[in-house]
Ligand binder design. Structure first.
Ligand code: CMP
Length: 143
């Protein structure tokens, strides 16, 4: 069983798509084991997006993700990282297939609705950044 981190970004929250985004991932069969709304601090955003520090869009990325509330969640399931990314779609919504979250709701790379961890290492790092162990809850889910 694998765990991954998702963030419904400010555009997803402001457009009233929190439920839609999470529902699609839940319907896929992923189990929500952690969930909270928060406003991300600059320090946390810089840690979360640290791998992009040298990119030209880093400052605007941090500026944006800290600009308004987000909803952060941890999803669990077989191949949760890969399954979540497939359900979310390509990073640039212009390239995302119809039927994916980004392919159905977005057109702008900086406003692509949701972040999802891109590998096992980043998933572990990101989950630990956003959640304390006691905030993650194991339970049985009917399929
Ligand atoms: P995310 O999955 O949150 O991971 C890094 C984010 O950087 C990505 O989604 C995009 O929203 C953003 N991003 C990636 N490339 C660009 C770019 N060329 N210009 C602006 N933002 C970008």
């Amino acid at each position: 069983m694998e765990r991954t981190l998702i963030i419904v970004k400010p555009d997803g929250v402001q457009r009233g798509l929190i439920g839609e985004v999470i529902a699609r991932l839940e319907r896929r069969g992923l189990k929500v084991v952690g969930l909270k709304m928060m406003q991300i601090s600059r320090e946390l955003a810089e840690q979360h997006y640290g791998v992009h520090r040298e990119r030209p869009f880093f400052a605007s990325l941090v500026e944006y993700i800290t600009s308004a509330p987000v909803v952060v969640g941890v999803l669990e399931g077989p191949k949760a990282i890969e399954v979540t990314r497939a359900t979310v779609g390509a990073t640039n919504p212009v390239d995302a297939a119809p039927g994916t979250i980004r392919g159905d709701f977005g057109l702008t790379i900086g406003r692509n609705l949701i972040h999802a961890s891109d590998g096992a290492e980043s998933a572990e790092h990101e989950i630990n950044l956003f959640f304390r162990p006691e905030e993650l809850i194991s339970y049985e889910r009917a399929v």
